[in-house]
Design a protein around this ligand. Structure first.
Ligand code: KG4
Ligand code: ZN
Length: 378
């Protein structure tokens, strides 16, 4: 690790930077992307991404059809130094120009989280900067604020490879969970069904591309939870049924038709559950804004379906720019800057957490997964 030799100290520049708001280095290593970013946040809430570097490990994991934790952790160790160095260079900043360092501290694959968090701690200690340990999900929750000026509060659908949750977001670190998945996350369903269809990893984008040439009406898939009470999700029945049908698909057209049916079934459930959440949310909240974030928010059918649901319920709709839907460090830097603005700084001995629910109160009082059972991370 080299924290000083390549970047000169420029005190005048640091002061000027501070006048323009808080400038924070963000680091993200919780899954299969090594990412670093520098974001500026002004006092009145305007976020500017000064750099965002993402090194994807897709090639390292492709042969295994999914992320291998040990390979991921080693790759993060190899890449973190150069990725952070590039982010600082592209932001045209020295370390003295920073006001803080934010690093993902969980939830995620703990070996990888430890790499980024330790690197962040080292920068904070070496440069005497405040450290902000960021919940990866909180990063997704604020990610729409990277592309537009989004005021709190809002209703959030966080839909990624490891998570599927509806949250009432009042501010950074201030959220109530309205629903979560009882089994798989939506991205996980996309990935596993894509694997059964013989598509590469990650499956979501590949399945979306295949679905573009398919006719979704050819297959009848389970309609889990549709119209049921509450805002929880379930994708395991769909995953099992679709994976079984995939084995019997003998032509490219049949595979495309199944992909289209899967995509619309997932979009339909996300829409049905969000519809319920919007109705509940609107009972005591006049500000009607619906935000969808996380990797699955990159899916055009999912976006369009949710936008229509929001409009039907009188909600404005917003999704992050495509580049900030999937994992990135700009969202971590922004969440860190928002926390820093509120004086929320972490201890230097903060530990990496494989599990870290956003709304710890709801997660403890109403655990979807009882302790010890394997399931979604939060
Ligand atoms: O947010 P993310 O990068 O990582 C997690 O925090 O999980 O989300 C990755 C997930 C994967 O399951 C991937 O297949 C899915 O997002 N995804 C998509 C699309 N792009 C990414 N799913 C469906 N359609 C897409 N275009
Ligand atoms: Zn993520």
């Amino acid at each position: 690790m080299n924290l000083g030799a390549d970047y000169s100290s420029e005190p005048g520049r640091a002061t000027a930077a501070r006048d323009r708001g808080l400038i924070v280095l963000g680091i993200e290593t919780s899954c299969d992307e090594t990412a670093a970013s520098v974001v500026r946040l002004t006092d009145d809430g305007e976020a500017t991404v000064l750099s965002s570097v993402v090194h994807s490990q897709i090639d390292d994991h492709a042969a295994y059809g999914g992320v291998v934790p040990e390979i991921a952790a080693r790759s993060h160790v190899e890449m973190i130094d150069s990725v952070v160095r590039r982010a600082m260079a592209e932001a045209d900043l020295g370390y003295d120009g920073l006001d803080g360092v934010a690093a993902t501290a969980g939830p995620g694959l703990v070996g990888g989280v430890m790499v980024g968090l330790s690197f962040g701690k080292a920068v904070a200690l070496a440069r005497d900067l405040p450290l902000v340990a960021v919940n990866h999900l909180e990063g997704h929750a604020v990610s729409a604020r990277l592309g537009a000026r989004v005021a709190y509060p809002f209703l959030l659908l966080l839909v990624s490879g490891g998570h599927c949750q509806l949250l009432a977001v009042r501010g950074v670190g201030d959220m109530t969970r309205l629903g979560t998945t009882m089994d798989d996350a939506a991205g996980e369903a996309f990935d596993k069904i894509a694997k059964a269809l013989g598509l590469g990893y990650p499956g979501g984008p590949a399945l979306e591309a295949l679905a573009a040439t398919g006719d979704g009406s050819r297959f009848d898939l389970p309609r889990a939870l549709l119209g049921r009470k509450g805002c929880d999700f379930s994708f395991s029945g769909l995953k099992t049924a679709a994976s079984r049908l995939a084995q019997a698909c003998e032509t490219d057209q049949a595979r495309a038709d199944l992909a289209a049916a899967v995509q619309s079934a997932i979009a339909r459930q996300l829409s049905d559950r969000s519809d319920r959440a919007m109705k509940a949310y609107a009972e005591d909240q006049a500000h009607r804004l619906f935000v969808v974030a996380g990797g699955v928010a990159a899916n055009r059918t999912v976006r369009a379906t949710l936008e229509a649901t929001a409009s039907k319920n009188g909600f404005a709709f917003l999704a992050p720019p495509m580049a900030y839907c999937t994992d990135n460090a700009a969202m971590i830097a922004l969440a860190g800057a928002e926390r820093l603005q509120k004086g929320l700084i972490s201890d230097i001995d903060t530990a990496a957490r494989p599990r870290w629910p956003l709304d710890e109160k709801s997660a403890l009082s109403d655990p979807t997964h009882k302790p010890g059972r394997k399931g979604a991370k939060a």
